[in-house]
Ligand binder design. Structure first.
Ligand code: NCD
Ligand code: ZN
Length: 358
């Protein structure tokens, strides 16, 4: 198959950053996706409804002209998040979820939750409001091996939390292990997972191919081939509990290539094309649309997008870098080929003139 159309997809896990850097990356997503769940791990994090509203306005102002992209906002859960704040967030109509980072788990997560007992009342309210909890599912215990942090978190924290709040909608963000898939598959109604393109395409060897590859370092870290195969099986299975979330996480080139490089992989420039490669290789292109465009909206209780986009099997080379604020970023597959290209942008949006755009 060389051409196929699908309903306009949504990205259920996206980092946009802020300021000039945000203005440089948001178009990559807005050109293709209808909506995206915007992660709140700014510095300082988005902990109040007022912060989320202001951040949303900045994103809307930075959108390329003519785009109808809708940023879906999130609140960053801390030990001190109040039930009043969560109620207000829900009433705002623009905050669609609350993100749980265990303190210290990843980039800008220092204000995350240290004591799960302290967020019980907030979780109970979220269950009542049908406001999903998005979970970065990794323990931060330095004694736990980095490759085991997701599995240990599921056993110690997530499984008990899901049972203690039987009505709470929970999304295990960026699932990376067979244990995560087994957990989601066996969990009660209202438990789902997002899966990134990089965890579907690469295993942990990609961090060390011919030397250290900082642009393949992200959190949760890439896992072994056994886990990658299980993620591909889950994503392409047609199970509505799995849906698209890129975790596209831009960092300046220099901050990733230093002696202590940041975690995060930027994939927004080619996200749908990269997923198409995965589904094609698995012989499951017919399952891509539901994963990319239906199951996430259904889980969040939002309408599915009506417009369609066109994917063509037409290889193109990813540029070495894209603009990113005062610097640049190195995208996934930089100077390598991607097999698919999104051709028909949503009809009301003219393609941008940014020189680096494929
Ligand atoms: C994310 C970031 O850079 O904000 N990094 C990453 O490796 N995924 C944070 C996160 O989602 O863990
Ligand atoms: Zn993320």
């Amino acid at each position: 198959m060389t051409d196929f159309t699908l309903a306009r997809p949504d990205d259920w896990h996206l980092h946009l950053r802020d300021g000039a850097a945000m203005a440089d990356v948001v178009g990559h997503t807005a050109e293709v996706f209808g909506r995206a769940i915007i992660m709140p791990n700014l510095q300082p994090p988005i902990v109040r409804t007022a912060d989320a509203l202001a951040y949303r306005k900045r994103i809307l102002r930075a959108l390329p002209r003519g785009t109808s992209f809708e940023p879906l906002m999130t609140l960053y859960l801390t030990d001190d998040t109040s039930v009043e704040e969560v109620r207000m967030a829900h009433q705002s109509g623009v905050v669609r979820a609350v993100k749980l980072y265990p303190a210290g788990a990843t980039t800008n997560s220092d204000s995350g939750v240290t004591d799960f007992g302290r967020v019980e009342a907030v979780l109970a309210l979220m269950a009542e409001l049908a406001l999903p909890l998005l979970v970065h599912a990794e323990v931060t215990d330095p004694d736990v091996d980095i490759f085991d942090r997701e599995a240990v978190f599921i056993e110690r924290i997530l499984a008990p939390l899901v049972e203690a709040h039987p009505q709470l909608k929970v999304i295990l963000e960026h699932a990376t292990t067979a244990e995560a898939i087994a957990f989601v598959e066996g969990a009660r109604e209202g438990v789902a997972a997002t899966i990134t393109p990089h965890h579907l395409l690469m295993n942990r060897n990609a961090i060390f191919t011919g030397g250290v590859r900082p642009h393949h370092y992200c959190l949760p870290v890439l896992k072994s081939e056994r886990h990658r195969c299980e993620l591909v099986r889950a994503a392409t299975s047609g199970n509505r509990r799995y849906f698209l979330g890129t975790d596209s996480a831009p960092h300046e080139k220099e901050t990733k290539e230093g002696s202590c490089g940041c975690a995060g992989i930027f994939s927004a420039h080619a996200a749908v094309a990269l997923y198409a490669e995965v589904f094609e290789t698995a012989g499951a292109l017919d399952k891509l649309e539901a994963f990319a465009s239906f199951f996430g909206a259904d889980f969040y209780g939002l309408p599915r997008n009506k417009e369609r986009i066109l994917l063509r099997r037409e290889p193109w080379e990813v540029p070495a870098s894209y603009a990113f604020g005062s610097g640049s970023l190195v995208p996934l597959r930089a100077e390598e080929m991607v097999a698919w290209r999104v051709l028909a942008r949503p009809s009301h949006h003219k393609s941008t003139t940014r020189p680096n755009t494929p």
